[in-house]
Design a protein around this ligand. Structure first.
Ligand code: ZN
Length: 131
């Protein structure tokens, strides 16, 4: 497993990305990490973002699970969107129907729109920096 720790501006909290060799490894790790308290880690789960504070290591606002062959720029954007919305929730924002538990339908819709935008951009952009 590879880990990448991200420290965004404007917060003392970090995000840890855990990248597993296979989807099976990622699912097992995500289930173990979350204690299987959420039912949203299924066979179709391509990545998973956990924002529930009681499950996280101290100093983190999200732990995100990926597997190597399942990563696209869009999936990365999707999970980081969940992390960002989790941070907004922890900052006390309640204007959006967002959650630190199971993602709300609107949160999930936002994440999928961002994922599709990024993946389609990456497919169509021919600038050398994106090749
Ligand atoms: Zn999602």
């Amino acid at each position: 497993m590879h880990t990448v720790t991200i420290k965004p501006q404007g917060t003392r909290l970090k995000v840890e990305c855990r990248i597993y060799p296979t989807k099976k490894d990622m699912h097992a790790a995500a289930h173990k990490f979350s204690g299987s308290i959420y039912s949203n880690i299924g066979r179709k789960t391509e990545a998973y973002c956990e924002c529930t504070p009681s499950l996280l290591p101290r100093g983190f606002f999200a732990v995100v699970f990926f597997y190597e062959k399942g990563m696209t720029n869009g999936i990365l954007a999707h999970e980081m969107d969940h992390a960002a919305q989790g941070l907004l929730y922890r900052r006390g924002h309640r204007q959006l129907p967002i959650s630190i538990d199971t993602a709300t339908p609107l949160e999930e819709e936002h994440c999928y729109i961002l994922q599709d935008l990024v993946d389609d951009f990456m497919r169509k952009c021919s600038l050398p920096m994106y090749a």
